[in-house]
Design a protein around this ligand. Structure first.
Ligand SMILES: [Zn+2]
Length: 133
């Protein structure tokens, strides 16, 4: 990938990171404001479940933020576009579609199929343990 394209992806990542940080700050602020206690347990429950959803979002945003920061670091250290697993270059098409990819398509597929096999095995094991009932 040429330097211009990489610089472009880096600027996209920086912008996304700033947006996420802003929205994460806002969520934290909202959680702090909503910290008051309600006399009615139903009201309190509604507030608590709203908080759970927001914390969940915050968690996802946090992980995305880490991925973005890592991508920027990879660009800065000349590791961008190199597969973490096999060390071969990741295709430009894949990087443009998913700049945060750390694996080439072959390694990604291999890992996914391994996960699927494990999932399948777990489901099968689940069936066995229930079939004697
Ligand atoms: Zn690979």
């Amino acid at each position: 990938m040429n330097k211009d394209k990489m610089a472009y992806i880096r600027s996209l990542m920086v912008r996304k990171m700033e947006d996420l940080q802003k929205s994460a700050d806002y969520t934290i602020l909202k959680l702090k404001i909503n910290n008051d206690k309600y006399a009615d347990p139903f009201d309190q429950a509604a507030v608590e479940s709203g908080k759970d959803i927001e914390l969940n979002c915050l968690d996802k945003e946090w992980h995305l933020l880490l991925d973005i920061k890592e991508t920027i670091m990879r660009i800065d250290h000349g590791l961008f576009g190199i597969c973490d697993h096999c060390g071969r270059p990741i295709s430009q098409k894949r990087l443009i579609a998913a700049p945060m990819s750390k694996l080439c398509i072959m390694c990604q597929e291999e890992i996914e199929s391994r996960h699927n096999k494990q999932k399948h095995r777990r489901q099968y094991a689940g069936r066995i343990s229930y079939s004697h009932a």
